[in-house]
Design a protein around this ligand. Structure first.
Ligand code: ATP
Ligand code: MG
Ligand code: MG
Length: 418
């Protein structure tokens, strides 16, 4: 994909925006972009540089993402809303064309990686609660204050916040001159292949050490990471607003990553904020269990969509007839009684039993967690609680000592639909 219209190839030490940002190492990539750790020579801080592919359709979507991100950042001057911040943006011309670049605050690993470090066993419930609070804070902010839907919420798009600021790291003092020197020499026209190589190696090593010490636990062996999971104050932010849209102007018909897709999207019955709530519940389940809540596959005589609907009904009971037959695609999957045409026998396994029997949560923990999730997984989107309502749910405000019943005042009394 490193061709005309595609990704921009970056090497360690490359500079951007008139020399302001110096590339350090690749952090990740997606369908549209590569993301690099870069050193901001103006603020002496590390940033994440998201470099979009150059073809016009990618440029268009980057412009949209910049617009959404600017809105998010401008309306959260105190940086309290658990969403990624846009620091700067610019155009960069390379051999493959012109690339829009977003400068984002530098965050840690995503929570899918965290689940992996924990060997897919699921995180302790008090950590799940902390992460859920961050995600809900972000959703409440974008939904209620900004009228924006994320439409691609999933563990990969939730990033941990590094508590160690790399710019305060002693390594910086070594990294910075190294990079400046590389550039200085290049500018001075000195033949310096060997020196440059050495310097870059040092820069790489320095950055590797930073990342090894980062809270995100990059490169830490599994057993070590497992212990880490226990000692961390889990704070995180929602990222990747490339598919976000204003509720007043929904963009695509098919939104969301398959496993986190709401039933109204599968059936094409129209959608709004409640699709993010559905994805949130799927994400919370995955954090606690290490497994996806719904992982549909096409089978003999039925499609992936049909398997998905069947899995939902296994866990949540029969879909009300009105909802089952109410979408543009309903006729493909359901008969007029609201039964799936091609998957007839659906065995019901209630969520609290799944949590206790398969995932070994205590009966009490399983019941409380299920009580929190079930209303968010209502087949009727209008019945799902909002992020604001979820934030007041007693399960989130339960501390290990207090027990759910002892939460006092309004919060304890508040019940969301269930
Ligand atoms: P997608 O195909 O998912 O739409 P994308 O091209 O929009 O991808 P992102 O999802 O924004 O790109 O970023 C790709 C990856 O880069 C992320 O999964 C993450 O690992 C890393 N990344 C993105 N932003 C940051 C950041 N601010 N700090 C650290 N790492 C980041
Ligand atoms: Mg992404
Ligand atoms: Mg994206």
């Amino acid at each position: 994909c490193y061709r005309k219209g595609g990704y921009h190839a970056v090497r360690v030490g490359d500079t951007f925006s008139g020399g302001r940002y110096v590339a350090q190492r690749k952090l990740g990539w997606g369908q549209f972009s590569t993301v690099w750790l870069a050193y901001d020579t103006q603020t002496s801080k590390y940033v994440a540089l998201k470099i979009q592919k150059s073809a016009p359709e990618f440029a268009q979507s980057a412009l949209h993402e910049i617009q959404v991100l600017s809105t998010l950042t401008e309306n959260d001057p105190e940086n309290k809303k658990c969403v990624i911040r846009l620091l700067d943006h610019f155009k960069h011309t390379g051999p493959n064309g012109q690339h829009l670049c977003m400068v984002l605050e530098f965050l840690g690993d995503n929570i899918l990686q965290l689940i992996r470090y924990n060997r897919y066993k699921g995180l302790p419930l008090n950590k799940v609660r902390e992460i859920c609070k961050c995600i809900l804070t972000a959703l409440d902010y974008i939904h209620r204050e900004l009228n924006i839907l994320h439409t691609d919420l999933k563990p990969e798009n939730i990033l941990l916040i590094s508590t160690i600021n790399p710019s305060k790291d002693p390594i910086k003092s070594k990294t910075e001159p190294v990079l400046n020197k590389v550039e200085g020499n290049v500018n001075g026209g000195v033949a310096l292949n060997a020196i440059e190589k050495k310097l870059k190696q040092r820069a790489k090593r320095a950055v590797a050490r930073i990342s090894a010490r980062r809270i995100s636990m990059g490169g830490v062996k599994a057993e070590k990471a497992e212990r880490c999971v226990d000692g961390i104050d889990f704070r995180c932010k929602v990222v990747d607003f490339g598919n976000a849209c204003w509720a007043s102007a929904p963009m695509a018909e098919e939104i969301q990553t398959r496993q986190y897709r709401a039933p109204e999207v599968v059936l094409q019955s129209g959608y709004s904020f409640a699709v993010d709530m559905w994805s949130f519940a799927c994400t919370a389940f995955e954090l606690a269990t290490g497994e996806m809540m719904f992982a549909p596959k096409p089978g003999q005589g039925f499609s992936e969509d049909e398997d998905h609907l069947a899995l939902m009904m296994e866990l949540l009971g029969k879909m009300p007839r009105k909802i089952a037959v109410g979408g543009l695609r309903s006729k493909e999957y359901f008969d007029r009684y609201g039964d799936l045409k091609r998957i007839r026998r659906i065995k019901n396994m209630p969520l609290n039993r799944l949590l206790s029997d398969k995932f070994k949560l205590s009966v009490n923990d399983a019941r409380e967690f299920a009580d929190f999730l079930i209303p968010i997984l209502d087949f009727a989107p209008e019945n799902r609680p909002t992020a604001e309502q979820c934030l007041k749910h007693p399960w989130l405000n339960k501390t290990p000592e207090s027990g759910i019943d002892k939460v006092e005042g309004e919060m304890g009394k508040l019940q969301i639909k269930g």
